[in-house]
Design a protein. Structure first.
Length: 113
């Protein structure tokens, strides 16, 4: 079955040990979001822990023409964060599904990393 593309999502919780206030955290989250968006063209949002100054929940999404491209970009984004000395990835989950939605989320599901 041909698909019109693939949607990939990476959801993660991160620890930001170098932040000492919510202002520091906002700055650090902006830096992370900009780096991910610039390198992989993903959409990213802070989705949790808004009141914690050393923790953030982030979710990023991307669209790719093939499953390998989606998986590769999600893995590269995770690796980039793992290599950032200012960020400790506590956990991460990803999934990739057909953009058409015909097969549902069960089409391809798994963790990156």
């Amino acid at each position: 079955m041909a698909h019109d593309g693939w949607v990939g999502v990476l959801s993660m919780e991160v620890h930001l040990p170098c932040t000492a206030s919510l202002k520091d955290k906002r700055s650090e989250v902006r830096r992370i979001k900009a780096g991910l968006a610039r390198r992989w063209g993903v959409s990213i949002a802070e989705v949790g822990y808004h009141d914690k100054w050393q923790r953030a929940a982030l979710a990023l999404a991307l669209v790719s023409r093939d499953i390998a491209g989606a998986e590769s970009a999600l893995s590269a984004a995770r690796d980039w964060l793992d290599g950032d000395p200012e960020v400790e990835v506590l956990n991460a989950t990803s999934w990739v599904a057909p953009a058409s939605g015909e097969d549902g989320l069960a089409a391809v599901e798994g963790a990156v990393g």
